[in-house]
Ligand binder design. Structure first.
Ligand code: TMP
Length: 252
């Protein structure tokens, strides 16, 4: 393939310029990081699985009318996406206590929350993605109140969709993170779901056994990350669609 211009390289993905204006190519790496990149490893095949899984979830969101950046998958590791202006926030939705909320409030992991809780971190690696309030977001101009209403409504729709999809395959969606960005149709601005949706950015527990099937397997040294993600893909029927022989060869 012709040399392409790299737009941005993050911890788990690379963005290249796309074939047409307003598009990017998103490449999924096998790298995993945790605790703001203090812990790093490479898992052969993770990028292939996350490319497929993110395609599956974004396509599902499109099918129920939730706008997102996904256009189409190009190959095992790359997808064509719409260029968005990323809002520098990690939008987190929690259904059950786990991770940082458990630590912050001393809540046992797995405690059901009274309702889905939406919270924000400011996307800034040097600062370790600190939690911020709506006051901070509006005061510093990252988004206005109308944008925040749209972001909360998007996040809750994604939550209902993902919770249902995972429930159908025996998995509890404990929490997840999305990123959102702006696109323009002329003067009309819309906020859409961007980045990725994959076991890198969700907490997924088997409903019966409680087994973790997400990046906590790596964060907490609980076993094979690739096996966990392969299990999620298998249950969702994503591996079959990928041609299981190819993916199985790549991830094992
Ligand atoms: P937390 O409990 O560590 O705040 O994480 C909440 C959710 O957000 C969890 O599903 C993991 C996800 N997440 C990311 O995807 N990226 C991040 O940088 C962090 C801190 C969390």
């Amino acid at each position: 393939m012709a040399r392409r211009k790299k737009i941005y390289e993050g911890k788990a993905k690379i963005l290249y310029e796309g074939p047409e204006p307003g598009t990017f190519i998103q490449y999924f790496k096998d790298d995993a990081t945790a605790f703001n990149a203090q812990k790093k490893a490479t898992f052969e095949g993770k990028g292939v699985l996350n490319n497929r899984l993110s395609e599956f979830f974004m396509q599902g969101l499109t099918n129920i009318g939730v706008p997102n950046h996904f256009i189409r998958r190009l190959n095992m590791r790359e997808q064509l996406i719409r260029q968005v202006e990323i809002i520098p926030l990690e939008v987190i939705v929690r259904n059950f206590a786990a991770g940082s909320i458990s630590k912050r409030l001393g809540m046992e992991e797995g405690t059901p929350l009274p309702r889905p809780i939406v919270e924000y971190s400011y996307k800034n690696d040097a600062l370790g993605d600190p939690m911020v309030s709506e006051e901070y977001i509006v005061a510093f101009g990252w988004a206005n109140q109308q944008d925040l209403d749209d972001i909360v409504s998007l996040a809750l729709r994604v939550n209902d969709f993902l919770s249902g999809v995972f429930y159908g395959v025996g998995i509890k969606l404990v929490d997840f993170k999305i990123e959102v960005g702006r696109i323009w149709d002329g003067d009309f601005m819309r906020i859409i779901v961007a980045d990725e949706i994959s076991p890198d950015s969700c907490r997924l527990w088997d409903i019966k056994t409680g087994q973790k099937l997400d990046k906590d397997v790596f964060r907490r040294d609980l076993g094979s990350l690739t096996d966990a993600y392969t299990e999620v893909a298998r249950r969702l029927g994503v591996l079959q669609a990928a041609g299981s022989a190819t993916v199985t060869r790549l991830v094992h």
